[in-house]
Design a binder for this molecule. Structure first.
Ligand code: ADE
Length: 232
């Protein structure tokens, strides 16, 4: 039986989904509140991890060890790196990597976790295909590609340019690669779904505040559609 772990970093990213669970069972581990219930006929656990890579990785490990999830999705907002992305558009990860791990003097490329066998942690192709089809059904503009993550809100043109040049990627956020990394280590299929809230440049702080709620709502709708597809 499939069971989907749904992780958002912030309240705005999970509260719509929590509200959609009938009579959820609520438990706390590692300072996080886990809401277990059924979404679109699928057993799910919805959790707000808190912001950043360590919170995100911890959250996946609790989902794996204590909740028995079989799949993981990370939903939320992101800053655009690809100029073709507009605010509200959806990004579906094909893979996720860190932009803030730098062990160049050891001979590693930017983003490489020393000793790991991959630079970017892959998304599950079946979940990617389901999310893509759901975007089509919901009429949500979307792009597939690499998500880059780090413990930094990117809101300077120079920082954005540096990340793009070093890592590529179509959007930047603060948890996706850590979630994909932890899922990879636990052999759990994963996908990162993000709605664009800003352009990760000098306009980011203002746009973020204005568009965060709309972007998060788009992503919640998509996550529900993914749950529906996984329930079949
Ligand atoms: N999440 C949403 N926008 C972001 C940005 N500009 N940088 C990092 N994480 C984000």
């Amino acid at each position: 039986m499939r069971k989907l772990g749904i992780i958002g970093a912030m309240d705005v990213e999970v509260e719509i989904l929590q509200g959609a669970l009938a009579q959820p069972e609520v438990t706390r581990w590692a300072g996080m509140t886990f809401w277990q219930g059924t979404l679109q006929g699928l057993p799910v656990v919805v959790v707000r991890s808190g912001i950043g890579k360590v919170n995100a990785a911890l959250c996946v490990q609790v989902l794996a060890d204590r909740m028995g999830v079989t799949h993981v999705v990370n939903t939320g907002v992101a800053g655009a790196l690809d100029p073709a992305l507009n605010i509200g558009d959806i990004v579906i990860s094909t893979e996720a990597m860190y932009h803030d791990i730098t062990t160049g003097p050891l001979g590693d490329p930017r983003g490489q976790v020393p000793g790991m066998d991959v630079l970017a942690f892959p998304a599950d192709p079946t979940m990617v295909a389901m999310a893509r089809a759901a975007c089509g059904r919901l009429g949500l503009p979307h792009r597939l590609g690499r998500v880059v993550s780090g413990d930094q809100f990117v809101c300077e043109d120079g920082v954005k340019a540096d990340i793009l040049q070093a890592c590529g990627g179509i959007c930047v956020e603060m948890e996706g690669a850590a979630i994909a990394h932890a899922a990879y280590r636990n052999r759990l299929p994963v996908v990162v779904l993000r709605a664009i809230s800003d352009k990760a440049d000098h306009s980011a702080s203002m746009d973020y505040v204005s568009f965060e709620a709309k972007a998060a709502a788009n992503c919640a709708a998509l996550t529900q559609a993914l749950a529906q597809a996984l329930a079949r």
